[in-house]
Design a protein around this ligand. Structure first.
Ligand code: NAD
Ligand code: TDX
Length: 304
């Protein structure tokens, strides 16, 4: 299978490319979040195209000859979307539409659109099934929800084989240190203080990046056209509980933590019902949180 992977130099996309057994072309703009070094282990067996998914002529010239697209490229950080939403709308919405048009023109077999649990909004108890409506709150989440709807519209309107995945919070090696786990680990290893937002009681469900990529591969290989698949099964923690584990792993205490002003519109909790992907595709997460966090901290220690 020849797969065009957008955003393949980022955190999750590069994990997918490093582990996927197929012919891969990466299309990546190498924004602040992309890093070619993330692809170093596989650089000689993949093709790399440096460019923007919003560049219709470039996307058209790259798309031909691929059996599938796995679309990771996005602006991905909530705090940055609060400071300014323009790049989020441009890349996440217009970029996705540009890719879909090219995929349609070139008769690409399958288009996997990689999305997030944040499109559902915040949930206090229970978990979201795929049938729940989107109620995004941050500009990041709203741009992802918009791209999900546009992607699904290409299935219903044009018959393009679009499949949407919505995953929980990822952690693992190679993540940009703007996100909470690598930010806290690298800061604590350097002896600094970490900023915990608000009361620290917001809850996130943490899934190892390799489990997310296993879910994406299952959807690519065995999923159904026009369907949404939640990819969950991580480990739920409040940010305080997470911070305690990171302090323990880095040999620090609560004097290394300062409570700071809360994120605007900070979603309280995300939780996915992932019974569909488990039942239909046999997906099950394989990495325990303790094991995954220990190896992630070790990776940041070894890759300063
Ligand atoms: P990331 O920010 O680490 O990487 C994004 C990549 O996309 C970078 O390599 C960047 O250079 C590239 N990119 C950005 N704009 C581009 C453009 N206009 N054209 C081409 N390339 C561009 O992101 P990530 O954390 O790896 O997330 C990947 C995808 O998974 C995103 O779509 C995100 O919404 C989704 N997702 C992330 C998480 C998470 O916890 N990180 C969870 C669920 C879903
Ligand atoms: O300095 C911080 N202090 C803090 O308390 C940062 C950066 C975050 N936080 C809190 C905010 C969140 O409750 O930690 C939690 C996790 O924050 P992020 O790492 O920014 O992730 P989140 O906002 O939950 O979004 C992530 O998961 C879903 C990814 O960045 C998204 O791309 C993905 O879609």
């Amino acid at each position: 299978m020849r797969v065009l992977v957008t955003g393949g130099a980022g955190f999750i996309g590069s994990h997918f490319v490093r582990t996927f057994a197929g012919d891969v072309t990466v299309l990546d703009k190498l924004t602040y979040a992309g890093n070619l070094a993330n692809l170093a282990p596989v650089r000689d067996r993949i093709s790399f195209v440096h460019g923007d998914i919003c560049d219709a002529a470039l996307v058209d010239s790259v798309m031909g000859g691929h059996d599938a697209v796995v679309h990771f490229a996005a602006e991905s950080h909530v705090d940055r979307s609060i400071r300014g939403a323009a790049d989020f709308v441009q890349t996440n919405v217009v970029g996705t539409q540009t890719l879909l048009d090219a995929a349609l023109r070139h008769g690409v077999g399958t288009f996997v659109h990689v999305s997030t649990d944040e499109v559902y909004g915040s949930i206090d108890v229970g978990s979201w099934p795929e049938t729940d409506p989107v109620r995004p709150t941050s500009p990041y989440a709203a741009s992802k929800a918009s791209s999900d709807l546009i992607a699904l519209s290409y299935h219903r309107t044009h018959g393009l084989d679009v499949r949407v995945t919505r995953c929980a919070n990822n952690y693992g090696p190679y993540q940009h240190p703007e996100k909470v786990i690598p930010l806290f680990v690298t800061t604590l290893l350097d002896g600094g203080q970490v900023p915990l937002y608000g009361d620290g009681l917001n809850v996130r469900d943490w899934l190892h990046v390799s489990d997310h990529c296993a879910g994406i591969t299952a959807v690519l290989e065995r999923g159904r056209p026009g369907e949404i698949y939640n990819v969950g099964g991580g480990f739920e923690l409040t940010n305080r509980e997470l911070t305690q584990r990171l302090l323990d792993a880095c040999g620090r205490d609560w004097s290394s933590v300062r409570y700071v002003e809360d994120r605007k519109g900070h979603d309280r909790r995300y939780a996915l019902d992932w019974s569909k992907i488990a039942g239909e595709l046999g997906y099950a997460p394989a990495v325990s949180f303790d094991e995954g966090l220990a190896s992630t901290v070790a990776w940041y220690r070894d890759n300063r």
